[in-house]
Write a protein that binds this ligand. Structure first.
Ligand code: MF3
Ligand code: CO
Length: 256
């Protein structure tokens, strides 16, 4: 079900989203080579709780037999890992890694969701471009996030932009509505036909999240039941914000 948020609910959404933005500020300051992904996860969780929120991903259960509940506050996916990497004390961040972090805060009954890809040290021009294109794909998409337009208009703009830049988008995972639930309708694919899908209305809140692969779009799932990697071993980046559809331009809630 697509939910339209009231003014009061929008205030709650903004609160939860602000927490996520502050968590990323903290992570950006703290991330460095030599640190484990479990350490980074702890930093995120502590900051979130300090700000009065609960890490909603921790214990999140997709309800599919054989897939364990998600064990951490963040997903941390390095290099060829696309999404849903599980933080571990054995996974050490190295100079030259690209580190995608995804986290969701729950505060006063509402969720805020965002993802960022951080560069640790320096990377090649091509990888810098991958990260830039992934972020820009989000902004290309949300240009269409206006009343009267359809979800497919956002998807189409994201996919077009990514492929025009020589990269590909993940087809199996998508953005989503968000509110009292972490995942609400509608799905927001990162590729597709313009003019399709539901019409956007003020008060809808969406997590728009391009997941971009340097090479081919094919992915594989690891045996942990969570981690998604690129099939061709090429690098991947992720950029996500929770947005609010208004009468005019969308508001990006997870940027300070
Ligand atoms: N935050 C992710 C999203 O963008 C969800 C990750 S799945 C979880 O939808 F289990 F880690 F929560
Ligand atoms: Co999301």
């Amino acid at each position: 079900m697509v939910t339209i948020k009231s003014a009061k609910e929008i205030e709650c959404m903004k609160e939860a989203c602000r927490v996520v933005a502050l968590v990323y500020k903290e992570l950006e300051e703290k991330i460095r080579p030599g640190m484990s992904t479990a350490e980074l996860d702890k930093i995120a969780e502590i900051k979130m709780r300090e700000l009065g929120a609960i890490p909603a991903q921790k214990g999140y259960d997709v309800g599919i037999r054989g897939i364990p509940p998600y064990p951490a506050a963040t997903c941390i996916s390095i290099n060829d890992e696309v999404i849903h990497g599980i933080p571990s004390k054995n996974r050490i961040i190295k100079e030259g890694d690209i580190v995608s972090i995804d986290t969701v805060a729950l505060k006063n009954g509402f969720h805020g969701d965002a993802a960022r890809t951080f560069v640790v040290g320096s990377v090649s021009k091509e990888i810098e471009k991958l990260i830039k294109v992934t972020k820009q794909a989000f902004f290309e998409g949300i240009q269409y996030a206006k009343p009267g337009n359809r979800v497919g208009d956002i998807s189409h703009a994201i996919g077009e932009y990514v492929y025009a830049n020589g990269f590909s988008v993940v087809q199996e995972f998508q953005g989503h509505g968000i509110g009292r639930q972490m995942h609400e309708d509608p799905g927001v694919p990162n590729d597709g036909k313009a003019g399709r899908g539901i019409r956007l209305e003020p008060g809808m809140t969406l997590a728009v999240e391009p997941m971009v692969i340097q090479g081919k779009h094919d992915i594989l799932e690891l045996e942990d039941g969570w981690t998604i990697i690129t099939k061709d071993g090429s690098m991947s980046a992720h950029y996500e914000n929770t947005i609010l559809i208004t009468e005019k331009e969308p508001e990006i809630l997870t940027i300070l």
